[in-house]
Design a protein around this ligand. Structure first.
Ligand code: GDP
Ligand code: MG
Length: 358
């Protein structure tokens, strides 16, 4: 086998006829272009090779394993009450994955302090199982004094890192560590049309170092298109001014292709979204929407709001990356700090002669 030419980290969709180039987009779902029958249809294009080896079947092998194992995805929603957080996650996952949304009837009381409520569901699509956990933070931003109200949230996030770390350093560690780490924190900005509140800035500043934050403008149907664009622009400027690094962070772009793709997303953020659990009849089709003074705002119509942009970004293009950045950057930072802080963790090769420093 001759030395392999440098293969780009993400192969182009139409690969040059190189016998070693992986073909087609990888990943779950569609499996477009992935050869389901190993060994067939690959005689190899290179004249120096005698025949097909089968390296590319790794993709299919990975697919099968992932299908069998399923995966965890944990999303946190933050923002003061009534911003449509529960409605939006329910819209995103097309089900009642978040309790306390309007659809659940009875008015719930605003708690006196920030509470953390995690609810899990298994969602299956195309044979792929996702264990989705929605972590709600009722009470955030609802108090008269909201000083340090991100404390319980940052505590929760760190506790999940700690749990994972404890499992990892166990001598008899699990084959697969249950992942409760927060992969993504959707931060809901109030559609005031003015500017970010101090609390928004403080929260994102503090938390953007420990978790992937995706800011969104809530209930954007309450603004006119002009107001919305102006507000988006202003919010983006303010985030920049305050040095808030939201996801996808510039510094973690893997290569030029990544950068170009993410630049486009960053330029369109924060997405101005609308959520709904009500259907309307539009041109003979049933669509999710909200009735406003201007007519029905269709949630999934990109001309009406940016819900579809958010969904495509969050689920269809960056879900795996959110998990990877959580593991490779945020968790790694936590882990390194913890293992450096002498004594915080019990000695890995625990022998009973050594006392814990706690
Ligand atoms: P949460 O407290 O942030 O979880 O908010 P909910 O999802 O419970 O929604 C609060 C209220 O706002 C409900 O009456 C929803 O129907 C409404 N709502 C939710 N999303 C939107 C939206 O995108 N636009 C508008 N105008 N109202 C919304
Ligand atoms: Mg709610």
């Amino acid at each position: 086998l001759k030395p392999k030419p440098a293969v780009p980290a993400k192969p182009p969709h139409v690969a040059a006829p190189s016998p070693t180039a992986p073909h087609g987009p990888s990943g779950l779902g569609g499996g477009v272009g992935v050869d389901r029958v190993p060994g067939l249809g690959h005689s190899g294009g290179g004249s120096t090779l005698l025949g097909y080896i089968g390296i590319d079947t790794i993709i299919e092998q990975m697919r099968k394993k992932t299908m069998k194992a399923g995966f965890d995805f944990n999303i946190m929603i933050v923002g003061h009450s009534g911003l449509g957080k529960s409605t939006l996650v329910n819209t995103l996952f097309k089900s009642q994955v978040s309790r306390w949304s309007s659809g659940w009837g009875s008015e719930h009381k605003i708690p006196k302090t920030v509470e953390i409520k995690a609810v899990s569901h298994v969602i299956e699509e195309g044979g792929v199982k996702m264990k989705l956990t929605v972590i709600d933070t009722p009470g955030f931003g609802d108090q008269i004094n909201n000083e340090n109200c991100w404390d319980p949230i940052s505590k929760y996030i760190n506790e999940q890192y700690e749990k994972f770390l404890k499992e990892e350093v166990n001598i008899a560690r699990k084959k697969r560590i249950p992942d409760t780490r927060v992969h993504c924190c959707l931060y809901f900005i109030s559609p005031t049309g003015h500017s970010l509140r101090q609390l928004d800035i403080e929260f994102m500043k503090h938390l953007s170092r420990v978790v992937n934050i995706i800011p969104v403008i809530a209930k954007s149907d309450t603004m006119t298109p002009d107001e919305k664009n102006e507000f988006k622009h202003r919010v983006r400027k303010e985030l920049e001014t305050h040095g808030i690094e939201y996801y996808p962070q510039n510094e973690f772009d893997d290569d030029m292709e990544d950068k170009n793709e993410n630049d486009k997303i960053r330029e369109a953020m924060p997405f101005a979204v609308v959520g709904s659990d009500k259907e309307f009849q539009v041109n003979g089709k049933r669509v999710l929407g909200r009735k406003t003074a201007w007519g029905v705002v269709e949630v999934e119509n990109p001309n009406h709001c940016e819900f579809a942009l958010l969904r495509d970004f969050l689920i269809r293009s960056h879900l795996q990356d959110l998990k990877e950045v959580t593991h490779n950057i945020h968790y790694e930072t936590y882990r390194a700090r913890r293992l450096n802080d002498n004594g915080g963790l019990h000695p890995i090769s625990a022998n009973n002669t050594q006392e814990s420093n706690l």
